[in-house]
Design a protein. Structure first.
Length: 494
């Protein structure tokens, strides 16, 4: 096959070759005309002038060929970078129907560069092939869906050629921003198909796919939040103007005193205006500073329901190697005084909302991930839905069983059908929550057969892939993928 460089350069080089031949013919004609002149000195002058003109013309033609080759080479580098991807490159790849995805890809690349990522390269999906993806280490996709689940026009060749192949990508880590409109039946259809294909090739998600419903600003802020974590910088301002509401910090207490881990602080925040609303599974975005300050928000899973009268959080106190506290956790657990006003806003997280029916729920999580699971349990108990199973992992049973008394009460009343616990630091052998999934595989299959949904909340690193692998082992890869497609396998991991 002819390479892209040759396909681009040959037509232009052919034109240059024709011009070279014409130039040579002109030189011969000049020379022949010169011999026809009887005066030797005049003929010699004409021949000299003819030869000089022809030489100049030949030089011009050679320059034209060289310039053609350089332009063809440059065009190739700008459209296909397979084989030229360096280990520390972060690729931002877009597929856009109306230009929105391309514009967001540009913002994504700018945000990464501003956040300290040294090498960021932005490409259209039309210029991406299997070899490029197989050689890449980190890729962020920004893709839209058109019509009823179709890929944008500029992604047609990629879908036809590349997504029909098996392309091992064990070293690829990816993030995916999927744009769609829930008014269509196949919401974010292409984004979901791309996510499924990448996972099937062995690629590892940096975080769960962020789905944007008709330009939802909350979802875009969540994407930007993930970018700040990826870039290691927390200084980027929100893309969308913040509209924080005034709430009051009314209570905080450490739940794991004596734990070998960092403090886990239970925080209670009450609204200053009536009408605050959220659902189990939603996220709160906290402004780590006085309202009006220009600081990036921090996200936390909500551990309560509106009937509780307040938003409750479980915040792990973060301390950087230099001793400085984490931006969000430092504000919520120490710097903002009890009784002070702080700014927050609720972000709907429909992908982690509970099923509308009475189907069983299997809740799996670790650490402060118990917060999002607790909200679901409180909502289910309030609704009289008691087919609930919690699998939870932490460091020690003596110090890290967060909300332990509440869980034991639900279990005694039959409002929690089953409670399985794992503690990594307890002797003789530490265990993790994914081990619980493996140990209970038979029961897991029974609950799934009865229509149960699996909800996972907690650490993206370690816990989430471990649980996913355990589920695949217990249920089978095809069954797990079908649960994902049906919306019965959902995750809020960070």
């Amino acid at each position: 096959m002819i390479s892209t460089r040759w396909r681009t350069a040959l037509p232009l080089a052919g034109q240059a070759l024709v011009m070279l031949l014409l130039g040579a013919l002109a030189m011969l004609l000049f020379h022949w005309n010169g011999l026809e002149v009887p005066r030797v000195d005049v003929a010699a002058g004409r021949i000299t002038m003819s030869v000089g003109a022809a030489a100049a013309y030949l030089a011009f033609c050679l320059y034209f060929v060289a310039r053609t080759w350089r332009r063809a080479s440059s065009a190739t580098r700008n459209t296909t970078v397979a084989g030229a991807v360096l280990a520390d490159d972060v690729l931002v790849i877009h597929a856009s129907q109306t230009g929105t995805a391309e514009a967001l890809a540009a913002k994504t690349a700018d945000a990464l560069a501003a956040g300290g990522v040294a090498r960021v390269r932005r490409l259209g999906l039309a210029s991406v092939d299997a070899a490029l993806l197989a050689s890449a280490s980190r890729v962020l996709f920004v893709v839209s869906t058109t019509g009823e689940g179709d890929a944008p026009d500029d992604a047609y060749a990629f879908v036809r050629d590349t997504m029909q192949q098996a392309v091992p990508m064990p070293r690829l880590q990816f993030g995916l921003l999927a744009l769609g409109d829930s008014a269509y039946e196949s919401f974010c259809g292409f984004g979901r198909a791309l996510d499924h294909w990448l996972r099937a090739q062995g690629a590892t998600p940096l975080f769960d796919t962020v789905e944007v419903d008709d330009g939802d600003e909350g979802a875009l802020r969540h994407w930007q939040h993930q970018l700040t974590l990826l870039g290691g910088s927390s200084d980027a301002a929100d893309w969308s103007p913040p509209a924080y509401e005034a709430w009051r910090l009314v209570q905080r207490r450490v739940l794991n005193a004596g734990s070998p881990g960092a403090p886990a602080v239970h925080v209670r925040i009450e609204p200053q205006a009536p009408g605050a609303a959220w659902a189990a599974g939603d996220i709160v975005e906290v402004l780590p500073g006085p309202i009006g300050s220009d600081r990036p928000h921090r996200e936390y899973s909500i551990a309560s329901i509106p009937a509780d009268g307040a938003i409750e959080l479980l915040v792990r106190q973060v301390q950087h190697p230099d001793g400085t506290p984490g931006l969000g956790s430092g504000w919520l657990t120490a710097q903002c005084a009890v009784g002070d006003t702080l700014g927050l806003r609720v972000r709907r997280n429909t992908s982690f909302h509970a099923p509308d029916d009475d189907r069983p729920m299997i809740l799996v999580g670790n650490g402060t991930g118990i917060a999002g699971l607790r909200a679901h349990l409180r909502q289910r108990v309030a609704q009289g839905r008691h087919r609930n199973w919690l699998l939870f992992g932490e460091r020690t049973r003596a110090h890290d069983l967060h909300f332990g008394k509440e869980l034991e009460t639900w279990l005694a009343r039959g409002e929690l059908s089953r409670l399985d616990l794992a503690f990594s630091r307890d002797a003789p052998t530490g265990r993790y929550v994914q081990h619980l999934v493996a140990d209970t595989a038979a029961t897991m299959r029974e609950w799934i057969a009865q229509g149960a949904a699996i909800y996972v909340c907690g650490s993206l690193q370690g816990m989430a892939p471990g649980v996913d692998a355990a589920l695949v082992e217990a249920l089978g890869a095809q069954a797990v993928e079908q649960l994902r497609i049906e919306g019965r396998y959902r995750r809020d991991v960070y």
